[in-house]
Structures are given as structure tokens and as C-alpha cells.
Design a protein around this ligand. Structure first.
Ligand SMILES: [Zn+2]
Length: 338
């Protein structure tokens, strides 16, 4: 089993996997597609901490070996591999309350990710994919799971306005989920391409780089502003822009697909007494996310992304890093492994 491991900043090497197989509940999965996200690119350029592991945040594959008695899993089955696993050693995990694990581990950061030929995975972390969930859509299950966490945390109700500050692919997914839940997303973006993608995805309120966001949101909400704001930290928009769209005592979700470090100026948030939630935990939402795609609640066909073969991974990361530096933003790349 080998894959593209981060050796040091700006250097990937095709290396053997770290995994040791010592459990009977392990299946071997042939990876068919993996996703390179902003998180991988930040790992590559040393802007995000992590272990020296195989990169790749999200992956799907086909079971190549499994114990016949395992949860109905069988050889040849198409599966999504849960990229976030519980630690098994924190106080909550030891008590058997692993849904409150305080040390969740993430693929491509804490343990080997999916830019590899095979992965050994515990049966509990494998999800069989229905035929109605295409490979490409399955690669975004992790982002859909995060969107579900945001909706849960902010306790968003039918009819609520929700400003989404930053419109990367995740912002787009979140907006569609909100529409499905009959809330009213207002997507704001400083990027013209994202503006068009959001419009093409059927999102009604989209504010672009030329709009006065505060004024427009005031117009849309009859001057009430929004009681829910989602700030997507991947997008490099000043947080003051997000706070400006919030009503007094509004809830702000600070989230994103990468754990990118941003500077925050809190003066306005304090004045408005905003409730800020930092949301990263999406563990436990995978089955619900698969269901949302199967029910066509979210349409990912307009998302922007590139594709490349496995042997081009080092060049892909190099180019993505360069694009990020020059343009301040990147879209995901799907790596094809078959
Ligand atoms: Zn734990």
C-alpha cells in the first residue's frame, strides 16, 4: 500500500503507508477517487499543522478484501470512507461516549489520507454507496456533513435568513442545504466566478464583489439584518464584513473546509453581543449526507473543480499552491486512481 506522503513543506514522496493492521474488523479498500482540498494545499505549504502522512481529505473506493461476517460488507462494494474517526483514548471515548470524542482524528492530517492505492479501514468507518450517489458527489459528503453541523448548531428554522459570507464549493453546498430546509440563504462573495456558480445553482440572493453587502442585506431583510451568519474561513473575507450583516445578538458560525488561520477583529461582534460558534465537528452526519444526495436535495453539478490522474499529484499540489498564492482561492481537484 503506497501513496503520496508529505515529507516536508513543498515535498511529496510516494511512500509506504504507516498503517498497521491489528484488528479483525478491518477491510481493505482499493481507492478509486480522492479529493484534494484547501486543507491539503495548506499542509503542503506548511500553513497547517499535521503529521507526516499520506495527504487526501476525502476518498471513495471498492472493497477488495473483507471478513465475510462484517456488517454485510462484501467484496466489490462501492464505499465512502469516513475521514474523521474517534480517538478511542480520550475520557469520553473511554466511557463509551465516542460521539463526544474530544480528540477526533482527521484523514490527511492526523493519519494517512486517500491519495493512495489501498487503505485499510475499520468496518464501522465504511459506508456503502447507493447507485444513486455518483462518485463525484460522494467526494463531497464530508462537506455536506459539515453543512448539516452548521444548520444544527445555529438551530436554523424555516423562513430564517442566513447570510453566508464566502462562496466556495462548501458555501454553495450549505446554501442548497438551507433552501432544502426552507431557510433563506443570502450568499455574499468577493469572487465573480463563485457569484456565477451560486446563481447557476439556483440560489436566489447572491451578492457579488460590486454590491454593497450591508445595504443589500438590509433591503432583503427589511432592515432587520440576519440572525444567522456563517463565516467561511477559507475565503479570506474580513470578519468585520460578516459581523456587519448580523442583527443584535445574532449567531455567527465560524467554519470552513480547512482550519485556516485568520485574524479577527471583534469590536463589532462585542458591540452587537454576537454569539460566535466555531464549527469543525461533523462526525456522525455521514449517513444523513448520503441520504441528502440520494434524495437529490443537493445538486453538485455546478461546482467548479479540476480532475487529474494519480501520478500527477505532486504537480497538482504545486499548481494549486501557486494559484492560491496568486488568486487567493482554489477549487478542489478530483484525483482518479483507476
Ligand atoms: Zn476520543
Amino acid at each position: 500500500m503506497k501513496g503520496w506522503k508529505i515529507i516536508k513543506p513543498f515535498l511529496l514522496k510516494e511512500s509506504e503507508s504507516n498503517e498497521t493492521v491489528d484488528s479483525t474488523s478491518i477491510s481493505k479498500v482499493k481507492i478509486t477517487k480522492a479529493l484534494i482540498t484547501l486543507s491539503d494545499v495548506l499542509r503542503y505549504s506548511d500553513e497547517l499543522d499535521g503529521e507526516s502522512v499520506i495527504l487526501g481529505n476525502s476518498g471513495i473506493g471498492v472493497i477488495s478484501e473483507t471478513d465475510a461476517n462484517l456488517f454485510g460488507l462484501e467484496k466489490g462494494q462501492r464505499v465512502y470512507i469516513e475521514p474523521i474517526v474517534t480517538c478511542g483514548t480520550c475520557e469520553n471515548c473511554k466511557k463509551g461516549d465516542d460521539s463526544h470524542c474530544t480528540e477526533l482524528k482527521r484523514a490527511g492530517i492526523d493519519f494517512d489520507g486517500f491519495l493512495c492505492d489501498f487503505a485499510t479501514v475499520k468496518a464501522e468507518n465504511l459506508f456503502a454507496l447507493p447507485d444513486s450517489v455518483a462518485d463525484f458527489n460522494a467526494l463531497f459528503l464530508d462537506q455536506i456533513s459539515l453543512a448539516i453541523s452548521v444548520v444544527d448548531k445555529l438551530k436554523i428554522q424555516k423562513g430564517d435568513y442566513v447570510a453566508i459570507v464566502g462562496a466556495n464549493n462548501f458555501g454553495n453546498i450549505l446554501a442548497q442545504l438551507l433552501i432544502y430546509y426552507q431557510a433563506v440563504p443570502i450568499v455574499v462573495t468577493n469572487n465573480l466566478e463563485d457569484y456565477k456558480i451560486a446563481k447557476d445553482s439556483g440560489i436566489y440572493y447572491v451578492l457579488g464583489p460590486d454590491d454593497n453587502w450591508q445595504k443589500e442585506v438590509a433591503n432583503i431583510t427589511s432592515a432587520r439584518m440576519t440572525k444567522n451568519v456563517v463565516y467561511i474561513s477559507d475565503c479570506d473575507i474580513p470578519t468585520t464584513k460578516a459581523f456587519a450583516l448580523a442583527s443584535f445578538n445574532a449567531g455567527i458560525a465560524y467554519t470552513g473546509v480547512s482550519n485556516k488561520n485568520n485574524s479577527v477583529s471583534f469590536a463589532q461582534a462585542i458591540k452587537k453581543q454576537l454569539k460566535i460558534y466555531f464549527i469543525n465537528n461533523k462526525h456522525g452526519n455521514t449517513a444523513a449526507s448520503i441520504n441528502l444526495i440520494a434524495n437529490k436535495a443537493i445538486n453538485l453539478s455546478n461546482l467548479k473543480l479540476d480532475t487529474a490522474p494519480y501520478d500527477k499529484v505532486p504537480e497538482v499540489l504545486q499548481n494549486m499552491q501557486k494559484t492560491l498564492e496568486e488568486k487567493g482561492k482554489i477549487y478542489e481537484t478530483v484525483i482518479d486512481l483507476v
